[in-house]
Write a protein that binds this ligand. Structure first.
Ligand SMILES: [Zn+2]
Ligand SMILES: [Zn+2]
Length: 184
């Protein structure tokens, strides 16, 4: 590359520098070399900047794949979360749910109380269950069971602020529940 720059600069100099200046410089090699050195340095830096600009625009192109490590992490993160999130009764299988594999999420957490969502198969909540009860007893089954009625096919879900008794497989869409999949 250095040779190319030299050739280019010599050409530029021959074409655009006034003849008498060139003549003068030819007589003094020390002036010419110092002039050339600064001239080349200047253009060399401009070329480097140009290279940076080309590299930057290449990276910014939308069809260029993201840097491998970042892209990989982001995809794994999404791939391990249920979408959509399913909840269901005791007969529904648990695991990571997708639209192809409708499993109920067993890794939910509540973004409102910041607790894990627990579930108990073949139970439903009594009607007097409330926020205060859950706040004092969740997630300990031994403490919660006073408000759990045995009911076949149902599953009782709760965190420390909300609870639901569910029988059928359903997508979690209730706006009052701040439950999200906490990754599988
Ligand atoms: Zn999940
Ligand atoms: Zn909660």
């Amino acid at each position: 590359m250095a040779d190319d720059i030299d050739d280019l600069l010599d050409e530029v100099e021959t074409k655009y520098c006034p003849k008498d200046r060139r003549k003068g410089k030819e007589t003094s090699s020390s002036i010419k070399s110092s002039h050339n050195a600064s001239f080349k340095r200047k253009y060399y830096h401009e070329l480097i900047n140009l290279e940076d600009a080309i590299i930057t625009s290449f990276i910014l192109q939308p069809d260029v794949k993201p840097i491998k490590s970042n892209g990989y992490d982001a995809r794994t993160e999404t791939a391990r979360k249920c979408y959509p999130i399913y909840v269901g009764g005791a007969n529904c299988s648990c695991g990571m749910g997708t639209s192809m594999s409708q499993k109920t999420c067993d890794k939910m957490r509540c973004t409102s109380c910041d607790f894990k969502v627990v579930s108990f198969d073949n139970f439903e909540w009594t009607t007097d269950t409330d926020y205060l009860f859950l706040r004092n007893h969740a997630p300990d089954f031994q403490k919660l069971k006073s408000n759990l009625n045995s009911r076949k096919g149902y599953r009782a879900y709760c965190c420390q602020c909300s609870f639901r008794s569910i029988k059928e497989l359903t997508q979690l869409k209730d706006p009052q529940l701040k439950w999200v999949c906490g990754k599988h």
